[in-house]
Design a protein around this ligand. Structure first.
Ligand SMILES: [Fe+2]
Ligand SMILES: [Fe+2]
Length: 270
């Protein structure tokens, strides 16, 4: 994993996942260096991703007080149980639904849990974090968070985009991605991650963007996008276009076999 410091308060722990036929999906976790340090999500669940080593290079795990899990999908929970062990003072901040889903894998002691719903806040010593439900999500337990002090919004899956190569997926600022390309990639991700967006009542869906608009974050930190500075109006405009965008249809068995055939070595004649 690579780390990227943003200002005083935030470190990005960066990884990515190549999705065949779709692109390179950034997989970020974050450390918020608050008076009571907060780790936000815990990376991919693949072996050898070195989440704890990367984390330990920017904060002593025994100092971590909060682990904010935006939702329990496997690209967010990779280092979770190791971190709970390495950070004995930390409590796991998440929703009732996310805690329930996690407990099907491993029980979480009740005294390590801290349940929050969208709209509720958490005091982390030198600032207050506000939980919110992002307009797009793929898991009913999802909560993002807004840090009033750094004005950073951690949006979970929302605003994610598969990018054309590993370099762009691992870049320091999403402005390196051309604007048109980014918009199409975010619309593709919206359809892949939240296919229900094609069936929503448009006006009710647009209303779900209001909490974000009111927060007016200076930086958007999505799990699946390089850091995005001052991009909220543009990103909300992109999200507004998601309901009528082309729905994603995944490759079927025939497409998979065609893909595999491309990788097969050519047989020598005779
Ligand atoms: Fe997800
Ligand atoms: Fe995700």
């Amino acid at each position: 994993m690579e780390t990227q410091r943003i200002g005083h308060d935030i470190t990005v722990l960066r990884n990515q996942f190549p999705a065949p036929g779709i692109g390179f999906v950034p997989i970020n976790a974050f450390v918020l260096h608050a008076a009571e340090p907060v780790v936000i999500d815990t990376g991919l669940s693949l072996p050898d991703r070195g989440f704890l080593d990367a984390l330990g290079s920017v904060v002593d795990p025994t100092d971590v007080r909060w682990i904010w899990l935006t939702h329990p999908d496997r690209d967010h929970t990779g280092g979770l149980f190791d971190l709970l062990e390495a950070a004995p003072r930390a409590r796991l901040v998440t929703t009732f639904l996310s805690a329930g889903a996690l407990s099907m894998e491993q029980p979480i002691p009740m005294d390590r849990l801290y349940l929050l719903n969208p709209g509720q806040t958490l005091d982390v010593g030198d600032r207050t974090l506000t939980a919110f439900r992002p307009p797009l999500f793929d898991n009913p337990g999802t909560i993002g968070l807004f840090d009033e002090r750094s004005r950073a919004c951690f949006s979970s899956d929302c605003f994610g985009a598969p990018l054309p190569d590993a370099q762009l997926a691992g870049c320091d600022d999403v402005r390196e991605v051309p604007q048109d390309q980014l918009r199409s990639a975010q619309l593709l991700f919206a359809s892949v991650d939240s296919p229900w967006v094609h069936t929503v009542d448009r006006s009710k869906y647009l209303a779900t963007m209001e909490p974000l608009r009111a927060m007016d974050p200076a930086i958007i930190l999505s799990t699946h996008l390089p850091p995005a500075v001052s991009r909220l109006p543009e990103f909300l405009d992109t999200l507004s276009a998601a309901p009528p965008a082309d729905p994603f249809v995944g490759p079927d068995q025939q497409a998979l076999e065609a893909m595999l055939a491309e990788f097969e070595p050519a047989t020598a004649p005779g």
